[in-house]
Write a protein that binds this ligand. Structure first.
Ligand SMILES: *[C@@H]1O[C@H](CO)[C@@H](O)[C@H](O)[C@H]1NC(C)=O
Length: 341
């Protein structure tokens, strides 16, 4: 009996000490705040976050709390087919997030018409290019607006595997450093079509291993640039604003797509078929690597992102397919394109 009392006493003393420790970091936290701070500390440990000083840590805590409230209220909505989570971007405002990651430079208005070789393709009910060995593991662009390079490389890795039978991880950094004479500007953004054009003119692109990713703008390594692990012969645009055309394209190879990834829902997406809030201001480049229908009958696009394997469904997002808007959800059918080989 005495022992029980004593252990209770120790426990409550520990709690008091814990609360005292929290409140010494910032004066007079409420209990609720202290609990939130505990969750924040756990999140920091999980994602290995390091802050410069206590001020920055406090500043990020406020944002974390806002994001936590957003995630909770969104996940409570039983009508939503997707879940959000406090992922690695949970201490960033949406403004900071989009400024540091997205980097697709949308065309004013793409009017050029190219041939569409998949016009008359028949399409299987589902497709997952990962299962066919045409997709490399998910990569991480870091704090660099090089999504356009990752999107283009994803499509080039796909067509290379389909034509040669070899899955080779190709170099985004070569595009970031060397493809700088046109509109592409490394970490400041670019276009997938211009990346394809660069690879055609350069007669190929090197491997990830020979020209590794650094997530910063660098000087072009001419020697590595001259090494060609894969090459493409051309590129075509998928007819704009048609999810049917996009379906025919994705049925045949992984496709570069531009999307509006600017919302909080996209930033904090965790799992499920994403249906929600986004516009059509294309600001992010990704690779569509398949399509299917979820257990509840919702049609989706299978999209490979470049925010690491911790984000979303092991680095992927399933985005709702066949929506009312001709441009598709988040504009996915507005500026799709692919390399030919
Ligand atoms: C698709 O079929 C139509 C009608 O047969 C034909 O005129 C067109 O050239 C075909 N398109 C392609 C890309 O093969």
């Amino acid at each position: 009996m005495e022992f029980t009392n004593q252990s209770k006493c120790i426990c409550s003393l520990a709690l008091v000490l814990m609360l005292a420790a929290w409140s010494s970091e910032a004066t007079s936290r409420s209990l609720q705040d202290a609990l939130a701070y505990g969750r924040y500390e756990q999140w920091i440990a999980r994602y290995g976050r390091v802050y410069n000083d206590i001020n920055e840590k406090e500043e990020r805590f406020k944002i974390f709390k806002d994001n936590e409230a957003f995630v909770e209220s969104s996940n409570k909505d039983g009508n939503k087919l997707y879940k959000l989570s406090l992922n690695q971007f949970a201490d960033l405002t949406n403004e900071e997030f989009t400024a540091s990651r997205n980097g697709f430079k949308g065309h004013e208005c793409s009017t050029k018409t190219t041939t569409f070789k998949y016009e008359n393709s028949t399409v299987p009910a589902t497709m997952d290019w990962r299962k066919k060995g045409a997709v490399t593991p998910v990569k991480d662009q870091g704090q660099c607006g090089s999504c356009w390079a990752f999107s283009a490389v994803g499509a080039m890795e796909g067509i290379t595997q389909l034509t040669t039978g070899k899955l080779i991880s190709l170099s985004e950094q070569e595009l970031v450093d060397c493809d700088v004479k046109g509109v592409d500007q490394g970490c400041a953004g670019g276009l997938m079509d211009d990346a394809f054009q660069f690879v055609i003119q350069n007669h190929g692109i090197n491997t990830e291993a020979n020209y590794p990713y650094t997530a910063v703008d660098g000087t072009c390594n001419a020697k590595a640039e001259a090494g060609h692990a894969a090459t493409i012969t051309g590129h075509e645009d998928v007819p704009a604003n048609s999810e049917i055309a996009l379906l025919k394209a994705v049925a045949n190879q992984p496709i570069s797509v531009a999307i509006d990834a600017s919302g909080y829902d996209f930033q904090l997406y965790s799992s499920g078929v994403f249906t929600g809030t986004c516009g059509t201001e294309l600001d992010h480049g990704v690779t569509a690597v398949g399509y299917g229908v979820s257990a509840d009958g919702t049609k989706y696009w299978l999209v490979k992102n470049s925010w690491g394997a911790q984000w979303g469904e092991e680095g992927y997002i399933r985005m709702q397919r066949d929506v009312a808007a001709p441009g598709g959800l988040c504009g996915i059918a507005m500026e799709a394109s692919y390399p030919t080989a």
